[in-house]
Ligand binder design. Structure first.
Ligand SMILES: CC(C)(COP(=O)(O)OP(=O)(O)OC[C@H]1O[C@@H](n2cnc3c(N)ncnc32)[C@H](O)[C@@H]1OP(=O)(O)O)[C@@H](O)C(=O)NCCC(=O)NCCS
Length: 179
């Protein structure tokens, strides 16, 4: 898969660039992102390595975007674990602290599932978050995902503890999200 851009209202979802490293490193100092996106103690070099992986779409197993508003980095959204045999994938995201509360995460997630269901051999996208992450649950619901259940002690998050997670999914033929 070749990297490309997606537009959604004010948002531009574009491929990551090496020059994003300082902005990403700064955002990853946010305690909420370190906790819920497993950024851990990412050093600047770790950020460069992570960006290099996200810039390389050649394996076809992910599509990773920087989410920008008027040229500024506002967030991240990634469709990953793309499995053409099973026809499924998983979505992950964060929003920079300064850009939160303006619908960035919901709009980015919707833009990616709309593209994915039209372009990829995928008819199910999963979204998982720790049960304590109520903001992410709200994003999932508003982006048109259906809550399927609770996975017990299923993922080790940035605090080093395994948390129960909520599993949500969106199917290609689900109705459009309310609103
Ligand atoms: C969770 C997160 C992605 C939300 O990003 P955002 O761009 O602010 O979300 P949106 O503006 O699209 O908000 C969507 C809804 O979630 C709600 N919401 C956002 N953060 C919330 C929070 N911390 N608690 C409760 N609700 C929250 C918003 O109010 C909105 O609902 P509303 O329209 O009914 O008011 C962002 O806070 C974040 O990056 N958190 C840290 C990392 C993280 O949790 N990543 C996801 C891992 S699964």
């Amino acid at each position: 898969m070749e990297p490309f851009e997606l537009s959604a209202g004010d948002l531009l979802l574009r491929p990551w660039r090496n020059e994003d490293a300082p902005a990403v490193w700064a955002v990853l100092q946010d305690p909420e992102i370190r906790l819920w996106n497993g950024a851990g103690s990412a050093s600047f070099e770790d950020v460069r390595v992570m960006l290099a992986r996200r810039m390389d779409w050649s394996a076809g197993d992910h599509a990773s975007f920087a989410v920008c508003v008027r040229g500024e980095l506002a967030g991240s959204v990634s469709l990953h674990s793309i499995d053409p045999v099973q026809g499924d994938a998983e979505i992950g995201y964060w929003t920079a602290p300064a850009a939160r509360g303006r619908g960035v995460a919901v709009a980015a997630v919707v833009a990616v599932w709309r593209w994915a269901f039209g372009a990829l051999p995928v008819d199910r996208i999963e979204l998982l978050h720790a049960v304590e992450n109520t903001g992410s649950a709200r994003v999932a619901a508003k982006a048109g995902f259906t809550r399927e259940g609770r996975l017990r002690r299923s993922f080790r998050y940035g605090d080093g503890m395994k948390h129960d997670e909520l599993l949500w999914s969106r199917l290609a033929d689900d109705p459009p999200p309310a609103g």
